[in-house]
Design a protein around this ligand. Structure first.
Ligand code: 5GP
Length: 213
């Protein structure tokens, strides 16, 4: 069975990653999203086991110690992590898995799985990002400021990404289709699969030797 791909989608908080993910999964059901665990409190409407696994810090630390997380990172006072087994099982079963995670955890995934496709979602400007974060109304002004400060730090981690997805106001479908097109294109980029180039070289070498002989 052909292994599935792994895509990491990061982006500034408020840039619309969640909305893009929701629409992407509706429109292209071949993708499967990994549900992360977090120590933060659920927001209104969030469902345990669907939005996140909401767990205590003690349980989170236990999972880290037990090597149950593919990556984990702190974000604005809370811990977030990707359950390793689910991701590995889905990829092995040929599914295209997507992680929606922040940039520090994303860099760890890229280190562990260099074939991961890395996409970064942004708004068209910093002002629009600020307005969307305030407009969302789910966080205090202090938390909005912390998220904007973190966005500034995340700019420095952008070099790890393969493509930038600009989520323009009112253009959700375009952003979703761009994500889909990027995954499909990078998935088939030669060399992304482990050992593919080495295998080709080996085979060409054998053919060349055959000609010489
Ligand atoms: P929020 O609290 O807004 O749901 O998420 C805050 C940030 O944590 C977002 O940038 C989100 O992408 C990121 N995040 C969610 N799950 C994970 C995870 O499993 N690992 C990491 N490293 N970041 C995550």
């Amino acid at each position: 069975m052909t292994k599935g791909s792994l895509t990491v989608i990061s982006g500034f908080s408020g840039a619309g990653k969640g909305t893009i993910m929701k629409r992407l999964l509706e429109k292209y059901p071949q993708y499967v999203e990994s549900v992360s665990c977090t120590t933060r409190q659920p927001r209104p409407g969030e469902v345990d086991g669907k939005s996140y696994y909401f767990i205590s810090q003690e349980e989170f630390d236990r999972r880290v110690a037990n090597d149950e997380l593919l990556e984990h990172a702190g974000y604005v006072g809370h811990s977030y992590g990707t359950p390793k087994r689910f991701v590995e099982e889905q990829i092995a079963a040929g599914r295209d898995v997507i992680l929606e995670i922040e940039a520090q955890g994303a860099a760890i995934v890229k280190q562990k799985m260099p074939e991961a496709i890395m996409l970064f979602v942004t708004t068209e400007s910093a002002d629009i990002l600020k307005d969307r974060l305030i407009g969302r109304g789910t966080e205090s002004m202090e938390l909005v400021q912390k998220r904007l400060a973190r966005a500034c730090e995340e700019c420095r981690l952008m070099e790890h990404y393969d493509a930038l997805i600009v989520n323009r106001t009112g253009c959700l479908e375009e952003a979703v289709d761009e994500v889909h097109a990027a995954i499909q294109s990078f998935k088939t980029t030669p060399g992304r699969e482990h050992g593919f180039i080495e295998q080709l070289e080996h085979e060409l070498d054998a053919i060349n030797k055959n000609y010489k002989g």
